[in-house]
Design a protein around this ligand. Structure first.
Ligand code: AMP
Ligand code: MG
Length: 425
């Protein structure tokens, strides 16, 4: 816990934090508040590197050997003893040996040795001439210019030096890391265990797939969007289904979820009216903050703790669920997973292809389509339908147009910030 502020104190006395405004909290402030109450995971496990992609390194990796572990040839050609050549020529040497990668020298390394890429440079030789720069006649090579010392030689430790810290903990393992670990002879590493995320949908009107829809009912789409979002983050997921708007059942499910997971996410039930009973339940079994966020879509948001478990209550409208996940939950999950630093979602400048209507005072995440013209300039057009219930807009769009809090109406050709969906997770 940072700033020595406890969640319970903050709930009891909002004046403890000057910028804590329960009526309308900015996206950035809400994120900063949430960050104060996140306890990153500390349990570690050992895994084979072939299973390590996307996992978070829990201990630094220190090289115990040099890569490469010997000076070797960068080319197929001839390793030569430069000291035998005068500056003005003739440039002529006898081939006295042969050396292939992984093999021992045949002959000796007196003047010049036929050498293959990756083979150790025999001691006494100090340059490699590529084979296409020499003429070979009866065991003697001639070439036109004097090579530079160390030319085409890869030196011991030039990739990694023994003792070097290769990665600090907190690194999310990328494909190149798997190869790098292997080049160091490392076959297993210590990583944080995967974050466990439990989630459920709330609402008497929400129906599971496979059941008929009665009037006023909708199929549960949020749980499936969440499954997709969470799978991309490579967390362990616990799908707890749909829970009716029933205090007792919600309370029991939250308790159960908080015992098995590091984070519980619910969708629905945090809008005005409904929020009251969620607040009551959470107050009873944990601590809770409710915010009206100055953002669109996704105005209501709840964050809290049930024991050690973190709780996010996302709004039920399908686009709001996804937007609040991207803006708040993604960063929280990465932090809890032990990743450092947390990669920011990149913002790209794009030129508006049509006007946008907006009132200042809230951040908007409009769905848009961008393209890059042949000069490489990003251009973006907002989708016509921007309703928070229109999930199709997430599928038709390829980016968010991020309209900052103080932005008002925008004319065509204004520069705006966009977040590419491809870069979101
Ligand atoms: P709520 O946040 O519970 O007030 O819900 C806001 C709107 O989102 C309502 O129209 C709900 O029917 C809808 N909704 C809530 N949860 C889901 C869900 N899991 N799948 C699809 N729509 C939902
Ligand atoms: Mg509801």
């Amino acid at each position: 816990m940072k700033n020595n502020i406890h969640l319970s104190d903050l709930i009891a006395d909002s004046s403890m934090a000057d910028d804590y405004d329960p009526n309308a909290m900015s996206v950035e402030k809400a994120k900063a508040w949430i960050a104060n109450f996140l306890n990153p995971i500390d349990q570690k496990e050992t895994i084979h590197i072939k299973d390590a992609l996307n996992r978070i390194l829990a201990e630094p990796i220190i090289a115990t050997m040099n890569v490469p572990n010997h000076d070797n040839s960068a080319m197929d050609g001839y390793a030569i003893n430069l000291d035998l050549l005068s500056d003005n020529g003739p440039f002529k040497l006898k081939v006295t040996g042969k050396l292939f990668a992984g093999n021992l020298l045949e002959g000796n390394a007196e003047e010049a040795v036929r050498i293959m890429t990756g083979a150790i440079i025999p001691s006494g030789l100090n340059a490699v001439i590529p084979q296409e720069h020499v003429e070979l006649n009866e065991g003697v090579i001639t070439f036109k210019t004097k090579p530079q010392i160390n030319q085409n030689i890869r030196h011991i430790g030039e990739d990694i030096k023994s003792g070097q810290i290769v990665h600090q903990n907190g690194r999310r393992i990328a494909p190149c890391d798997l190869g790098l670990f292997a080049s160091l002879g490392i076959d297993s590493i210590r990583v944080y265990r995967k974050i466990k995320v439990a989630f459920f949908s709330t609402g008497d009107e929400i129906i599971s797939l496979g059941n008929p829809l009665l009037p006023g009912h909708v199929y549960d789409s949020n749980r499936y969007s969440l499954i997709g979002l969470l799978k991309r983050l490579d967390v362990e997921i616990f799908d707890l289904g749909i829970i009716p708007d029933d205090k007792k059942v919600i309370e029991d499910t939250l308790k159960k979820a908080s015992n098995i997971a590091d984070i519980v996410i619910t969708t629905g039930g945090v809008s005005v009216g409904e929020a009251d009973y969620m607040k009551d339940i959470l107050k009873k079994i944990g601590e809770i903050l409710f915010w009206k966020i100055s953002m669109k879509p996704g105005r209501p948001l709840a964050f809290g703790k049930i024991g050690k478990c973190h709780y996010f209550g996302l709004p039920g409208n399908p686009v709001s669920t996804m937007v609040t996940f991207y803006q708040f939950v993604r960063e929280a999950i990465l932090t809890l997973s032990g990743q450092t630093p947390i990669p920011k979602i990149p913002l790209i400048k794009a030129k508006l292809l049509g006007p946008i209507k907006k009132i200042p005072g809230r951040t908007e995440f409009q769905r848009g389509n961008y393209e890059q013209d042949n000069q490489g300039i990003f251009k973006v057009s907002p989708l016509k339908d921007q309703g928070s219930g229109i999930l199709r807009s997430m599928c038709e769009a390829n980016c968010f147009i991020l309209l900052h809090e103080d932005t008002a109406h925008l004319e065509k050709d204004t520069w705006v910030d966009i977040q590419l969906f491809d870069s979101l997770i």
